[in-house]
Each structure stands twice: as structure tokens, then as C-alpha cells.
Design a protein around this ligand. Structure first.
Ligand code: NAD
Length: 338
């Protein structure tokens, strides 16, 4: 399978490395509208054919990986699908759910694989937590809190929610297998006008689970910290921890039903913490391998177009201009909309 990369800016070189290291494909071409970036790609991978526009590349490839700015994803992916190419497009799938849905339909109609690059879904700690949730180890999940903050990188075309919270939305969708029925964000544009560099987001799910997300490009420390609080156990997932990224705590609080008027008792469980073994394989390599495998076997990827569309719908839910609650997905089944 001949694979080409479109976009060799900040993130493209990581994808190029992953493509170059993955068996079962020929990394044959790179395209970038910026001649300097294209030259860098050609220097790093002299075997590549270089193109300055995607239109010149179609005859040379069977599949493409798109790592261009978000507002260009739709047109690049649409053109690739029209030319019969399988597509792995970086997150988020498109800059609106209408366009994302169009891509999903186009891929379905043409029988091509459309995958969104939600890298965290291929990350072993995230997969381990999914296994723990599904095994019932946490009991009922009460709430999840997520922090994803650091200094930069400021994006040119989107705010911090579309850049960073998109990861958290994909992780929550994967873990909970549900769309939020309510969502809201509150942000501030501190450095650039009209572009939030910090945002706080709240989501509620039909099950009653609530999630709170903090994202920022304006923070002195890099934090990648998620807590999942269940009725039986709790998890702290720290993606910045080099050794023990996932910690499972046998801790909780149980309310003993009152035996007589006015009596109540809380029992605190203070059990052990275990850090389960988690593979150290690189998520991006696993993501690219999965794409190639799905193309070869005609299988739908975990993060297919429909998954990417749901993430875009969540982005729209929380960034709706009015600040009004706008439920998506299973909204009709109930929402706490005011
Ligand atoms: N999965 C992740 O963890 C992760 C991390 C960072 C960025 N990303 C995603 O990667 C994508 C690219 O982000 P970036 O930070 O590398 O952006 P960037 O601006 O640094 O690079 C984009 C590159 O695409 C080129 N380009 C623009 N339009 C083009 C077109 N029509 N045809 C060919 N080339 C074109 C630009 O010249 C540039 O070299 C974004 O979608 C972003 O969300 C994903």
C-alpha cells in the first residue's frame, strides 16, 4: 500500500516517522504547500516524491494521512476520497459537524476507510482504563475530572477547546460509549483577541456522570491529569508520569443507612493503591498500524468517521455561541437543560 502524507508542519514529522517505521506500507510521498517544509520532509526521507499540492499526488498513492490545519481537513479529505484514497485525517475530523457528516457519508458511499487521528484512543494507559471501567472495577462512575494545561503551542486557526479539549472529548466518548446530553464551556481570551487560551468545560451524561475539563495554553506547568471517581474504586491517570501513569485506588466512602432517627454513618475505605502494568508502546505507531490493518482488512477503525463526527458534535455543543445548552445525540432521553 502506497501512503502519502499531506502537511509537514509541527505534527507531520511525527506522523512521517510513524509511517516510515510501520510494516506493511510504502511511505512514498509527501505534500506541503510550504516549500521550506516540503524540503525538510525530502531531506529527512529522500525516498519520497515531493508535491506542492495534493492534486498532483493522487496517482502516486493508495492512502493519505492528512496533517494540515483544521480548517483545511474537510477539503483535503473530500478530495482524497473523491480520488478513491483511504484517509487518516488528524483530529478533529472537520471544523463543523455538517462537513464531518458529509465526509462520513462520502466514505461510506465509496467503500473507503475514513479514520480520525484521535491518538489517545491508541494510548495503552487509556485502553487500560477502559478495561478497568468495563470490568466493573470502579463500580458506578460518579464523576471524571481532566486537566490538560501547558505553555503554548498557540494555534493559528482554532482556540484551546478545538486544539486540546478535543483529546478529552475523544477519551470520554471511548470510555463511556455515550455522548453528553448537556455541555457548557467558559473561557477567556487572555493573550489574543477572540481566541480562548484557557477554558473550563462541563459535561453531563444520561447516566448521571459529570465531567469537568480544564484546558489551557497559558500555564507554567504541563499537566495531563485525569481522575475517575467510582462508587467502588478511583483512578488517577497522569500521562506526564514516566513510570506509573495509571493508579487504581481502593478508596471510597459508603453511607450506612440510618437505623434510628438522626443517625447516619459514613465509612471511609482506605485500601491499597496499585499501578497496573501498562505497555509503553507509542500511541502514534499503534494508530498508524491500526489504520493500515483496517484498510487491508476492510474493517472500521476504532476512531472511524462516525467517532470523529461525535467528537466534533461535542465541540459544537460546548462552544455554541449563545452559551445556551444545546443537547446532541440522545438529548431527547433527558437533559438537565435549564
Ligand atoms: N494527534 C495529536 O496529538 C496532534 C498534535 C498536534 C497537532 N495535531 C493535528 O495536526 C494537524 C496539523 O497541526 P500542526 O500543528 O502540525 O499545524 P502546522 O500549521 O504546524 O502544519 C501544517 C502544515 O500543513 C501545510 N499545509 C497547509 N495547507 C495545506 C494544503 N492544503 N496542502 C498541503 N499542505 C498544507 C502547512 O504548510 C504546514 O506545513 C492539526 O489538525 C492538528 O490538530 C494532532
Amino acid at each position: 500500500m502506497r501512503v502519502g502524507l499531506i502537511g509537514y508542519g509541527y505534527w507531520g514529522p511525527n506522523l512521517a516517522r510513524a509511517l516510515n517505521q510501520t510494516d506493511g506500507l510504502d511511505f512514498v510521498a509527501c505534500c506541503d504547500v510550504n516549500p521550506k517544509n516540503l524540503r525538510s520532509a525530502m531531506r529527512a526521507y529522500p525516498q519520497l516524491n515531493g508535491f506542492s499540492s495534493p492534486a498532483e499526488m493522487w496517482d502516486s498513492v493508495d492512502a493519505v494521512v492528512i496533517a494540515t490545519p483544521i480548517c483545511t481537513h474537510f477539503h483535503a479529505a473530500q478530495a482524497a476520497l473523491r480520488h478513491g484514497k483511504h484517509v487518516l485525517v488528524e483530529k478533529p475530523l472537520a471544523h463543523s459537524s455538517v462537513l464531518a457528516e458529509e465526509l462520513v457519508h462520502q466514505a461510506e458511499r465509496s467503500g473507503l476507510i475514513l479514520m480520525t487521528g484521535h491518538t489517545f484512543i491508541y494510548s495503552p494507559p487509556v485502553v487500560k482504563i477502559k478495561e478497568l471501567i468495563d470490568s466493573g472495577a470502579l463500580g458506578d462512575i460518579h464523576y471524571i475530572s481532566l486537566s490538560r494545561v501547558n505553555l503554548g503551542l498557540y494555534q493559528k486557526d482554532v482556540d484551546v477547546i478545538w486544539d486540546l479539549a478535543v483529546h478529552d472529548f475523544s477519551i470520554l466518548l471511548y470510555w463511556l460509549e455515550a455522548m453528553p446530553v448537556w455541555g457548557r464551556s467558559f473561557g477567556r481570551a487572555c493573550v489574543q483577541e477572540n481566541k480562548n487560551d484557557v477554558a473550563f468545560i462541563w459535561l453531563e451524561y444520561l447516566s448521571g456522570i459529570v465531567a469537568a475539563i480544564e484546558v489551557s495554553w497559558l500555564s507554567p506547568q504541563k499537566l495531563r491529569r485525569t481522575s475517575l471517581i467510582g462508587s467502588k474504586r478511583m483512578i488517577v491517570y497522569d500521562d506526564a508520569d514516566p513510570c506509573e501513569k495509571v493508579k487504581l485506588y481502593d478508596r471510597g466512602v459508603v453511607l450506612t443507612p440510618p437505623q434510628s432517627f438522626g443517625e447516619f454513618q459514613l465509612t471511609y475505605t482506605m485500601g491499597d493503591m496499585v499501578a497496573p502494568h501498562v505497555s509503553t508502546r507509542e500511541p502514534l505507531l499503534l494508530e498508524v498500524e491500526h489504520f493500515i490493518e483496517c484498510v487491508r482488512q476492510g474493517r472500521q477503525p476504532h476512531t472511524n468517521g462516525a467517532f470523529g463526527l461525535q467528537v466534533v458534535q461535542t465541540l459544537e455543543l460546548v462552544t455554541a455561541n449563545s452559551g445556551q445548552i444545546r443537547a446532541v445525540g440522545r438529548a431527547e432521553e433527558g437533559s438537565i437543560a435549564a
